[in-house]
Design a protein around this ligand. Structure first.
Ligand SMILES: Cc1cc2nc3c(=O)[nH]c(=O)nc-3n(C[C@H](O)[C@H](O)[C@H](O)COP(=O)(O)OP(=O)(O)OC[C@H]3O[C@@H](n4cnc5c(N)ncnc54)[C@H](O)[C@@H]3O)c2cc1C
Length: 481
């Protein structure tokens, strides 16, 4: 027995803890990122009591931001755009956040193509006319439409799995002559280490019909005039804090969860409850809940607090993931309003090989540039920092400026760097073919536990909310009746 498990069972054998430290609720939500926050807001709208246990000191997960001490302005360090969908409008309205056309300077802004490896400007990039790119994107869209049902979730994946969904995406591109579309597609695949070898299923999930339509029609939205996505989560936190049926425990972690429900000792209550032993900044709490909603990525090392069943373990052990770093660079010598993209001339579709800096994109705030780095999960932060610094030096040389290492250049400072791993939690095509997702989605509701988040849906806020709303909450609410 591990020391955690030992203290946990002793805890339950011992006297009932101080009632002040016991929280009763209908649903305990582990993880207050995109899906956990959405679920909390919606469940309390349905009159359910919820407790959110979030490791960070803020809600929102990948929707993090940085406050520039010089200007006081906030800059996104992750999520920045949202799809123009009814559910997104409804949610933002509920939170009192406006939706505006995406205008903030970002990764999609015009940028100078530069090979960061050789330092050479790439003349004539992308080598396709806008008409050719749009035509290829429309062809992609036509293919994606065949699988529009996947927007509902992996629940709707048919068996046998359509063979095209199991193809390496690089093969799919060749099969349907989508080469010209790769110029655009690769901008939306940041953080995916091996785009060309991932099963096409994941591309169709990520760049689904709604997303491609939004690209073609240019209808992406941002949070309010500032475009700072953290505002969504600031408002959600305020809403939940003000609600008598919600408790948000920030900077908190579950250290042990007993999922075998036991009868409540509370007078007048006979519903079986699960117990969650939680560490919070104000001490240990015991959460007693009727159902559990786990939004943490379903990787075994991420779930030490759950005694996983053998079925859960065998499924979750199939997942692999990538790392995705986002950072901000301050450099007063770079020209504002200018951005650079890393275009690897000698690679297929000019995609730089990981680990790589995708580019340096002016944020629109002072001397701050957004930098995104795709890396395999084993790559250390120091290596990422070195890659970023090298990229800035390359850019400066290409601009005919003195680089820092000449001793004459302006200093480059990485003022923020965030690792978004685990990102893109996926399985191999053989697993998909063998029915992995049928088995995975069958876990919903077992042991009074529900699951949501990007691994169950895709890396997209709107998709994760829709999945939570349509595939998770109905079953969960039914169980709570
Ligand atoms: C760099 C980047 C940019 C992106 N940009 C966009 C964008 O512009 N538009 C868009 O729609 N989508 C974007 N996405 C995708 C979007 O962020 C994800 O789809 C979404 O965050 C997935 O939600 P989630 O709830 O699964 O994960 P998360 O939002 O990451 O939530 C998981 C939460 O669980 C918490 N947690 C983890 N372990 C524990 C633990 N043991 N105990 C308690 N809490 C724990 C984490 O701190 C986190 O808050 C982006 C993603 C990244 C990484």
């Amino acid at each position: 027995m591990s020391s955690t498990a030992k203290s946990f069972s002793l805890f339950f054998l011992g006297p009932y803890p101080n009632p002040r430290d016991v929280i009763h609720c209908d649903v305990a939500i582990i993880g207050g990122g995109s899906s956990g926050t959405y679920a909390a807001v919606r469940l309390q709208d349905h009159g359910k009591n919820v407790v959110v246990i979030e490791r960070n000191s803020f809600l929102g997960g990948h929707a993090d931001s940085y406050t520039d001490p010089e200007s006081g302005e906030r800059v996104n360090l992750g999520v920045m755009e949202f799809e123009d969908q009814p559910l997104v409008h409804k949610y933002f309205q509920r939170l009192g956040v406006g939706l505006e056309p995406l205008t903030t300077a970002n990764i999609y802004s015009e940028s100078k193509p530069l090979d960061f490896e050789t330092g050479r400007a790439v003349a004539g990039y992308p080598g396709y006319t806008t008409v050719a790119i749009c035509a290829a994107l429309k062809e992609y869209l036509e293919q994606a439409q065949k699988y529009a049902y996947l927007e509902e979730g992996f629940e709707s994946l048919p068996y046998p799995v359509p063979p095209d969904l199991l193809l390496d995406f690089g093969e799919f591109v060749k099969k349907y002559s989508l080469e010209a579309a790769m110029v655009v597609i690769q901008k939306y695949t940041g953080g995916i280490v091996d785009v060309l070898h991932m099963p096409t299923l994941y591309m169709i999930k990520l760049l689904n019909v709604s997303v491609v339509q939004a690209i073609l029609d240019n209808t992406f939205l941002q949070a309010g005039a500032s475009g700072v996505s953290s505002v969504v989560y600031d408002n959600a936190l305020a809403l939940l804090d003000a609600s008598p049926s919600a408790t948000v425990l920030l900077s908190s972690t579950a250290s042990g969860i007993r999922r075998r429900p036991v009868k409540s000792k509370r007078p007048g209550s006979d519903a079986p409850l699960m117990s969650i032993f939680t560490q919070t900044p104000t001490g240990s709490k015991l959460i007693l809940c009727r159902a559990l909603l786990v939004t943490v990525p379903p990787l075994i090392p991420q779930l030490p607090f759950l005694e996983l069943s053998s079925e859960e373990k065998s499924l979750f052990s199939r997942f692999s993931y990538d790392a995705y770093y986002t950072g901000l660079v301050r450099d007063a010598s770079l020209s504002r309003n200018t951005s650079w993209s890393n275009v690897a001339q000698d690679s297929p579709y000019a995609m730089p090989a990981s680990p790589c800096v995708y580019g340096l994109f002016w944020t629109g705030v002072g001397d701050l540039w957004d930098v995104k780095v795709g890396a395999d999960k084993g790559v250390e932060e120091e290596e990422v920092r070195a890659l970023i610094m090298a990229a800035v030096q390359t850019i400066k040389r290409s601009e005919g400026m003195f680089a820092d290492d000449d001793g004459h250049g302006q200093a480059t400072e990485i003022v923020a760097l965030k690792c978004h791993a685990p990102f893109q939690v996926t399985v191999a095509a053989q697993d998909v073919e063998a029915g992995f997702y049928a088995k995975l989605t069958a876990l919903q509701g077992k042991r009074a536990t529900w699951w949501t988040g990007a691994a169950w849906s895709q890396q997209d806020s709107a998709a994760v909310w829709k999945y939570t709303e349509e595939q998770v909450l109905p079953g969960l609410l039914e169980r709570l009746k």
